[in-house]
Design a binder for this molecule. Structure first.
Ligand code: BG6
Length: 505
């Protein structure tokens, strides 16, 4: 094995000012500012950089700066270098204001003029909407109408956090509102799954190797399993989660992104437009289901009491801020079919849930079985399944599971595996997962950001389920023990097709 390779470096991003709405919130302290620090440490943050926080709570530039400097060491998870810190927090502004109020934007404008003079950020502005979702449309509209986001030689970009809508209609309405005041190239809709190295590597695995593409189709692949299992419970997010549920929270965004990357056709170029166009084509080919099909091809369930990783977990309905009669699902499993030449008759099974046996995000591709006939006069009565497994987290790896001869005079066959682990080859730089996404936005590369049509396509796929579940009012809500692999109904969904889920580690 060769020595480990560190992260690749690039040019520093353009001079710019980052304006964070929701500056006093958890996301800003826990993920965004540590990500800026990591970018600065890797020399990817511009020298001419300024940061403005906007929030309702009273504060000042000095107090905001001190607050960030204090919380940074805890969340950055590394020792702090004063020079790097000065680059991130050397020019900080703060605007106290209601994001619904026009005067807030006049104040932001004044603060921008001040910092742009002090740091020569060349008028480039990145607005980060780290607020609750109710703020996205009003802030986007104010930014457009106030002229703060007007491009006049300098770039002006807006990052929008998730959730982007709560169903197809609301996602479409939000897109329409934003596109009424901003251009598509200015809007960067975050899906933090696309910031994960292992997720980005799916494209490289598929398209930078001559090995996989020839067998990446219905002739060789039996089915695909996409698993995003969490051992975490709903915890303190009862308010948000009870109104949202596992389907809305995870499927139209994270799981659909994984599905698109695994199943899309090769883009003509490694560039935002080509990649996003191929993803859109793929999502168009996923079979839309009517109400009955949607119900037959899905399972929703809620966790009961149990033990997760040896800790006692109370049933979801006993969680703080959750309705004691809630019919919100904490687990969902789906069977989707893709109607195109590559994937006809290859089912894609998706599952995600909270309070499961362990945390495990992976895509497992099951290859068709070799005919066993050749071994008929031997003691071999079954062959192990051939899987290619892309481990996304916590095990960042790619594994191939196949059959080998067990040493000995008689013919016996056993399942073995070959695994590539990222940590064996590459040095991981400290990361919150937001570095690449923020950097890409600063350099204007939208390859990792879903376009308006991509977001709506995700919602279009789950809308029949949302409708069907709303009508049946929790009638078919299954349950599972906290700490298990999920409900038995999810096993039955695959058993119907003669298949089974891989165990959750
Ligand atoms: C978020 C969801 O988008 O993703 C959370 O709102 C979920 O409920 C989280 O826990 C999972 O992200 P990760 O990166 O831990 O897999």
């Amino acid at each position: 094995m060769t020595s480990k390779t560190g992260a690749t470096s690039g040019r520093a991003a353009d001079p710019c000012c980052l304006v964070i709405f929701g500056a006093s919130g958890d996301l800003t302290h826990r993920l965004l500012v540590p990500a800026l620090y990591n970018l600065a440490a890797a020399r990817l943050l511009p020298e001419a950089f300024a940061l403005i926080g906007v929030a309702r709570s009273p504060s000042s530039s000095e107090a905001f700066r001190a607050d960030l400097a204090k919380s940074l060491p805890q969340f950055a998870n590394r020792s702090i270098d004063q020079n790097v810190l000065n680059q991130v927090l050397g020019c900080v502004g703060y605007v106290q204001g209601d994001p619904d109020d026009e005067s807030t934007y006049a104040n932001i404008g004044r603060e921008l003029t001040r910092v742009e003079r002090e740091r020569a950020t060349q008028g480039n502005r990145l607005f980060y909407l780290a607020t609750p979702p109710a703020g996205f449309a009003p802030i986007g509209c104010h930014l457009g109408q106030s002229g703060l986001a007007r491009e006049n030689g300098a770039w002006r970009r807006v990052i929008i956090e998730k959730p982007f809508g709560t169903d197809l209609a609301s996602a479409h309405a939000l897109n329409q509102k934003l596109l009424g005041v901003l251009k598509e190239h200015q809007i960067f809709r975050i899906d933090h799954y696309l910031g994960k190295e292992t997720v980005q590597n799916i494209l490289v695995l598929r398209f930078a190797n001559g090995l996989f593409e020839p067998i990446w189709n219905r002739d060789h692949i039996d089915h695909v399993q996409i698993t995003v299992a969490e051992s975490l419970t709903v915890g303190r997010r009862g308010n948000y989660y009870d109104a949202t549920g596992a389907l809305r929270d995870m499927v139209p965004n994270h799981l659909i992104q994984l599905l698109s990357l695994i199943a899309m056709e090769p883009p003509s170029r490694f560039a935002a437009d080509s990649v996003r166009a191929e993803k859109a084509q793929l999502l168009e080919a996923v079979q839309l289901q009517n109400r009955d099909e949607a119900l037959r091809n899905s399972v929703r369930a809620q966790y009961d009491d149990g033990f997760v990783e040896n800790q006692r977990v109370e049933a979801y309905r006993k969680t703080k801020d959750v309705d004691p009669h809630s019919t919100t699902e904490t687990y969902v499993a789906l069977r989707l079919m893709i109607d195109n030449w590559r994937w006809a008759n290859v089912p894609f099974y998706l599952r995600t849930g909270k309070a499961l046996r362990g945390k495990q995000t992976e895509v497992a591709i099951k290859f068709k079985q070799a005919p066993i006939a050749m071994f008929r006069d031997t003691p071999v009565d079954r062959l192990a399944e051939n899987f290619l497994v892309v481990g996304i987290q916590p095990n960042e790896c790619i594994g191939l599971e196949f059959n080998a001869k067990i040493p000995g005079p008689s013919i016996a066959i056993g399942g073995v595996s070959m695994t590539f682990r990222y940590e064996d080859y590459f040095e991981a730089a400290p990361s919150t997962g937001y570095e690449t996404l923020i950097y890409d936005c600063m350099v204007g590369d939208a390859i990792l950001y879903p376009r308006a049509d991509g977001i709506e396509a995700g919602w279009r796929l789950v809308q029949p389920l949302l409708d069907a579940w709303r009508e049946e009012k929790g009638e078919r809500l299954a349950s599972y023990r906290a700490g298990s692999d999920g409900p038995k109904e999810a096993d039955e969904l695959l058993a119907r097709d003669g298949r089974r889920w891989r165990p959750i580690a």
